[in-house]
Write a protein that binds this ligand. Structure first.
Ligand code: SF4
Length: 638
């Protein structure tokens, strides 16, 4: 019997319970393709378990699995963590390891590892079946083959019961593989030769299923929806199924291709949002990235969508070859001048393995971080400072924040009004039938053996809540233990009324996270100075004087007054980064306060609640659609 476990690790986040979008669709396609193979059993690690367990807890779970093959779907954000887990599994005598996904390209040296037995390039279904049926095929160590026929006629894995719209009530629908365009920064067009489209009958069955099951959102995974032949007819059929646009549809499209007729059928089908790559308006940059764009038609297409209530979400890239700061600013102006700034995403160029830009990096003068996410650090047109200036300009011109601080969640107790940090306990959440620790409470110096056990049960991410009486020497040892066990899991350290401001540098020196962490690269332009981006420090104090506000440092006011604050009270703390509400009033009163002031308060302030259940209620109210309610089912562990 071949027993396979497939898993996909999430983009690292700094708030526990936030939606991760970590839907293992690729793994589900593999499982479906292996159906009926004799002597084969394929399991998927459920989305929530894969997304919210810390490194040690995940490793413990995998080690207890009886699989003889572990398959990882590898993206830039999970490559190093996947390699770490593979190494640990191998060291523990685990089975074979196979990597597939966009990071597996012939020119990516980072995926080559003694702990990975096979690298599957491009589409996985055919290779996967071969590995499971022809034992000798492992010997080549890598390979790839077209899965066009399997894909074209395959049912959506949701319909075959392989995948559930789990954490986010979101269904992914793969409609096409391959892309007709050849953008220099993109790997997707290289992942397969030519295009293949899923059969229309399969897509319609999937949409009908989503409508029937009242799935909230369906994302059509399609690099350019307009590339599909007979698209308008398909959309008309979808519109007939999705009466009243009950299911919200999302996808990506080339704006130049959107005429009035197409815009009408997109709206009728239920589309609400499209990701639209503009990237730049600089003719030289567009030419070098091989992305000819007719700007007038682009604007017309985007505005046609907007006129029908469909949000065009415009992508721009900073640091493209051929561009410079002035050119980027003109691109931003172009978006703003044409009223397309409702939703703009701005990325620094990532020089991805397998792309033309990676191949031509010297000729194009691209300097970039060799670690994921391979962010460009300098070009002939952009200095390091230019990237920061570019983000500053875009934030001002578009009235947007591109690197928001994580939501404030410094809740520390579950249930009951009032109480002290000293009398509280760790806060746990249920995942996959077991309880894990998302908030480790240090309200006294607990034995290190106990800390070591808890460190193996931490979530991804987690918090260390530090009470007033805990010494820095003790805390450093706790952090070392926790991060030794979880070297890839982001964490937040929250200090309640410390006698002195936390000694951040000293504590960071004790932290054993693998460096550079993905977040160090991904949030490179968050602060001017290089350094830590994966450990957040938060100070909570009833002293309103601002005294802790450096990089990755923030301070919240501890509101313990008898009555709940009004908006004018909150306005008194604008110098700080937020307010923790901990008045000795009933949960019902606090819930009523949230309902009364919620929207307005959340727009102006970062607010948290001492009680974790009320905090969850607040996050769901203030950040609708951003959190998974069921994973925040808090319980104290005394
Ligand atoms: S960026 Fe989009 S349009 Fe360009 S090649 Fe990649 S998938 Fe195709």
């Amino acid at each position: 019997m071949n027993h396979v476990l497939l898993l996909q690790l999430p983009i690292p986040r700094q708030n526990f319970g936030r939606k991760t979008g970590n839907i293992p669709l690729g793994a589900a396609c593999l499982k479906q393709a292996a159906r009926g193979l004799p002597g084969v059993r394929v399991d998927l690690l459920p989305e929530r378990t894969a997304s919210y367990l810390g490194d040690a807890a995940l490793l413990n779970l995998l080690s207890g699995h009886t699989s003889d093959v572990f398959g990882f779907t590898v993206f830039s954000w999970n490559l190093e963590r996947s390699l770490y887990l593979s190494e640990k599994l191998k060291a523990a005598g685990g089975g074979r390891v196979v990597f597939g996904g966009p990071e597996v390209t012939p020119d990516n040296p980072l995926v080559r590892s003694a702990h990975v037995d096979f690298l599957a390039c491009g589409e996985g279904e055919g290779v996967f079946r071969r590995l499971l049926t022809e034992p000798g095929s492992w010997q080549t160590g890598s390979g790839g083959e077209s899965a066009a026929e399997i894909f074209r006629t395959a049912e959506s894995p949701y319909l075959s019961g392989v995948l559930e719209p789990e954490a986010g009530d979101l269904m992914l629908l793969e409609t096409q593989r391959g892309c007709p365009y050849r953008c220099g920064f993109c790997f997707y067009n290289k992942s397969r030769q030519g295009l293949v489209f899923a059969e229309e009958s399969m897509l319609l069955r999937a949409v009908a299923w989503a409508v029937e099951r009242r799935i909230a959102e369906v994302y059509l995974l399609d690099p350019s929806l307009n590339a599909r032949p007979q698209l308008k007819a398909l959309l008309a059929d979808i519109a007939r199924l999705n009466v009243d646009r009950r299911v919200r549809l999302f996808s990506e499209i080339r704006a130049e291709a959107v005429d009035d007729e197409l815009a009408d059928v997109l709206a009728a089908a239920g589309f609400y949002w499209f990701e639209i790559g503009l990237q730049s308006t600089n003719p030289r940059a567009l030419k070098l990235m091989n992305r000819p764009t007719r700007l007038e038609r682009f604007v017309e297409g985007a505005q046609r969508l907007k006129a029908r209530g469909i949000t065009p979400s415009i992508d721009l890239i900073i640091g493209l070859p051929g561009d410079d700061l002035q050119g980027f600013m003109r691109s931003v102006d172009f978006v703003a001048d044409h009223g397309l700034q409702d939703d703009v995403q701005i990325f620094p160029l990532a020089v991805l393995p397998g792309t033309d830009f990676r191949k031509r990096r010297r000729e194009l003068g691209l300097r970039f971080d060799p670690h994921p996410p391979y962010t460009v650090t300098g070009t002939r047109g952009f200095s390091h400072e230019d990237f920061l200036l570019a983000y500053d300009y875009a934030e001002t011109r578009l009235d947007a924040v591109f690197f928001p601080l994580p939501d404030l969640d410094v809740s520390w107790r579950a249930g009951g009004a009032g109480g002290d940090v000293e009398k509280s306990s760790d806060l746990c959440v249920p995942l996959g039938g077991r309880w894990y620790v998302a908030k480790l409470l240090l309200n006294r110096e607990r034995p290190f053996e106990e800390i070591r056990l808890l460190a193996r049960q931490l979530t991804h991410p987690y918090q260390v809540l530090v009470g007033p009486g805990v010494g820095v020497g003790y805390l450093k040892i706790v952090l070392k233990i926790a991060t030794d066990e979880n070297p890839f899991t982001p964490l937040e350290i929250v200090f309640f009324e410390p006698s002195e401001p936390p000694r951040t540098r000293e504590l960071l020196a004790a932290v054993r996270l693998r460096r550079p962490h993905f977040l160090d690269g991904d949030l490179r332009f968050l602060f001017a100075k290089p350094g830590n981006r994966a450990v957040l420090f938060t100070l909570v104090s009833a002293d309103p004087a601002a005294r802790f506000q450096g990089d990755m440092e923030r301070q919240a006011f501890w509101w313990r007054r008898p009555a709940l604050p009004e908006l004018k009270d909150l306005a008194g703390f604008e110098e700080l980064d937020g307010i923790l509400i901990d008045s000795p009033v009933s949960a019902r009163e606090i819930a009523a306060w949230q309902d009364r002031l919620g929207r307005e308060a959340a727009e102006k302030h970062h607010i948290s609640f001492a009680d974790a259940h009320l905090q969850r209620r607040w996050l769901l109210l203030a950040s609708p659609g951003e959190y998974v309610e069921k994973v925040m089912d808090w319980m104290g562990r005394g």
